[in-house]
Design a protein around this ligand. Structure first.
Ligand SMILES: Nc1nc2c(c(=O)[nH]1)N=C([C@H](O)[C@H](O)COP(=O)(O)OP(=O)(O)OP(=O)(O)O)CN2
Ligand SMILES: [Zn+2]
Length: 125
């Protein structure tokens, strides 16, 4: 298996309102988020150019990220009462893009330089 990744960035606010009130993250605050998407393919399925998928094909993902998340409040952007944790954000982004990018195998989210959450669903054989 071959994997490729591309990293994207946005800035947004959130409130983790399911946390107890003493928790700092229950207050409104913001992060400079990093999002890494991972695409996978078999060596025999590489394109003529030797790509799992052209990185340039991910321009639409960048545009969607900018429109959906950049300088927005994530509690509103996710909607549906979903708590905007890094884990839920990774799952939400994966679910939005798995049909448009069939090679998508994982989404990773960083809120701070020290933290990462990854969603990598188990593929059926
Ligand atoms: N499992 C998770 N834990 C936490 C999440 C999360 O999404 N998933 N989110 C937060 C906060 O939103 C935020 O990321 C704060 O994280 P924290 O590591 O506490 O950030 P600090 O910069 O304050 O950490 P220092 O240790 O002081 O550097 C909290 N937890
Ligand atoms: Zn936070």
């Amino acid at each position: 298996m071959l994997t490729i990744t591309k990293e994207f960035h946005f800035s947004a606010s959130h409130v983790l309102d399911r946390l107890p009130s003493w928790h700092p993250c229950a207050r409104m605050h913001g992060h400079n988020y990093a999002v890494v998407i991972e695409l996978s393919g078999r060596r025999e399925d590489l394109t003529e150019a030797g790509f799992v998928r052209d990185y340039r094909d991910l321009d639409a993902f960048k545009q969607w990220m900018d429109e959906t998340f950049d300088h927005r409040h994530l509690n509103e952007a996710l909607g549906g009462g979903i708590s905007p944790s890094a884990e839920n954000l990774a799952v939400w982004i994966f679910d939005q893009w798995t049909e448009r990018i069939p090679e998508l195998t994982a989404v990773r989210i960083s809120e701070t330089p020290k933290t990462w959450a990854e969603y990598r669903p188990v593929r059926e054989a």
